[in-house]
Design a protein around this ligand. Structure first.
Ligand SMILES: Nc1nc2c(ncn2[C@@H]2O[C@H](COP(=O)(O)OP(=O)(O)OP(=O)(O)O)[C@@H](O)[C@H]2O)c(=O)[nH]1
Ligand SMILES: [Mg+2]
Length: 307
C-alpha cells in the first residue's frame, strides 16, 4: 500500500474544487453562486466560503469569470493565501532531549496509524524515536502500536492495559532522557472532546511530563479526520482549551470529498498543519506543503505551478 501521486490521492478531496473550474459561459453572479455551492459541499464552511467569494469578486473582473484559466488562477491564489503560514514543520529538536510529541484526538481519527507513519519517517531521517503506549484503555491499542514498532524496529514503551497513561508517558520520557533518544511520540486514547474527565487526563499528562522537562511536550499534535466536516473546528477549540494544540494532522483526505475543511481550519485557527494523511500505508503521510497541496487539489500540473 501507499505511494501514488498526491494529485491522484486527493482526487476525491478535490472533486468539488475541480468542479468549480468547469467551462462557464454565463454571467459572473451565476458562476459565483455555483462556486459557493461547491465550496460548501467541500466543507469549507460558511465563514471561509464567504471570504473566498468576496476575494474572487474583488480580484477578478467580470470577464475573468468566463475564462477558465483566469478563474482557476484567481481561486488558486486565494486558496494559497488562506493557508499562508500554516506549513511550518513539526519540531524535531528542542532544548534538552528528547523532544516530546503528544498525540491527541477523538476516537478513530487515525492517531495510532499517524504515529506509526511519523515514527517511520523520523527514523528514516536518522533520528532515534521511542514510542509511548499512552492509550492504556484497551489492550488492542497497545498491541497496535507494538505492531508498528516491530515492523520498523522502533522501540515501544508499554505497560499493562488499565495502567495510568501519564505514568507510561513519564516513564518513556525518563528512559529516553537516560538513553539520549531524540524523540518520544506518545499515543493517547481517543476521547470525546466534550468529556471533561478525559480532557483533564490530558492536562495531567502534560503536567507530569513537565517535571522531567519544563519545555515538554514540545508538540501537542491534534489528529483530525478530514471527513468529520465542521465538527473538526469544535475539536480544535476543545483540545486547545485543554492542552494547547501546537500542530494538526489532517487524516483520511484520500477518502473524502470534504477536504475543504483544511481552509476553514487554517482561516480560523492558524495552527500549523504538520502533515496530511492520504491512506493507511506507512508512506501515506505527506508533509504539508501549501503549493503542492493546492495544486494537487485543483489538479494543476507541474508546468503551471509557478506562484
Ligand atoms: N484511508 C485512510 N485511512 C486512515 C488514515 N489514517 C488512519 N486511517 C485508518 O483509520 C482507522 C483508525 O485509525 P487508528 O490509527 O486506529 O485511529 P485512532 O485515532 O488511534 O483510534 P482510537 O485509538 O480508537 O481512538 C484505521 O483503519 C486506519 O488504517 C488515512 O489517512 N487514510
Ligand atoms: Mg489509537
Amino acid at each position: 500500500m501507499g505511494g501514488g501521486t498526491l494529485r491522484n490521492l486527493l482526487s476525491k478531496a478535490g472533486q468539488n474544487f475541480r468542479a468549480i473550474l468547469a467551462g462557464t459561459d454565463v454571467n459572473h453572479q451565476e458562476v459565483l453562486d455555483d462556486i459557493e455551492t461547491s465550496l460548501l459541499q467541500a466543507d469549507v464552511g460558511i465563514v471561509t466560503t464567504q471570504k473566498i467569494l468576496k476575494k474572487l469578486s474583488v480580484g477578478l473582473s467580470v470577464g475573468d469569470f468566463r475564462e477558465e484559466s483566469k478563474l482557476k488562477e484567481g481561486l488558486r491564489k486565494i486558496l494559497v493565501d488562506l493557508l499562508a503560514g500554516c506549513d511550518q514543520p513539526i519540531p524535531t529538536t528542542g532544548s534538552g532531549n528528547p523532544v516530546v510529541i503528544l498525540v491527541v484526538g477523538v476516537n478513530g481519527v487515525g492517531k495510532t496509524t499517524t504515529i506509526g507513519k511519523l515514527a517511520f519517517r523520523l527514523k528514516s531521517e536518522g533520528l532515534s524515536v521511542l514510542l509511548a503506549a499512552g492509550d492504556t484503555f484497551r489492550a488492542a491499542a497497545i498491541e497496535q502500536l507494538q505492531v508498528w514498532g516491530d515492523r520498523y524496529s522502533i522501540p515501544v514503551l508499554a505497560q499493562q492495559k488499565g495502567s495510568d497513561s501519564a505514568s507510561v508517558i513519564f516513564d518513556a520520557v525518563h528512559s529516553a532522557q537516560a538513553k539520549g533518544t531524540d524523540l518520544v511520540i506518545a499515543d493517547t486514547s481517543g476521547r470525546l472532546h466534550n468529556k471533561t474527565s478525559l480532557m483533564d487526563e490530558l492536562a495531567k499528562i502534560t503536567r507530569v511530563v513537565k517535571k522531567l522537562n519544563s519545555q515538554a511536550p514540545h508538540e501537542v499534535l491534534l489528529v483530525l479526520d478530514a471527513s468529520t466536516g465542521q465538527n473538526a473546528l469544535a475539536q480544535v477549540r476543545e483540545f486547545s482549551a485543554a492542552v494547547g494544540v501546537t500542530g494538526i494532522v489532517l487524516t483520511k483526505l484520500d477518502g473524502t470529498a470534504k477536504g475543504g475543511i483544511i481552509f476553514a481550519l487554517a482561516d480560523q485557527f492558524r495552527i500549523p498543519i504538520r502533515f496530511i494523511g492520504v491512506g493507511e500505508g506507512v508512506e501515506d503521510l505527506h508533509k504539508f506543503s501549501i503549493l503542492e497541496f493546492v495544486n494537487a487539489l485543483l489538479d494543476i500540473g507541474d508546468r503551471e505551478k509557478s506562484r
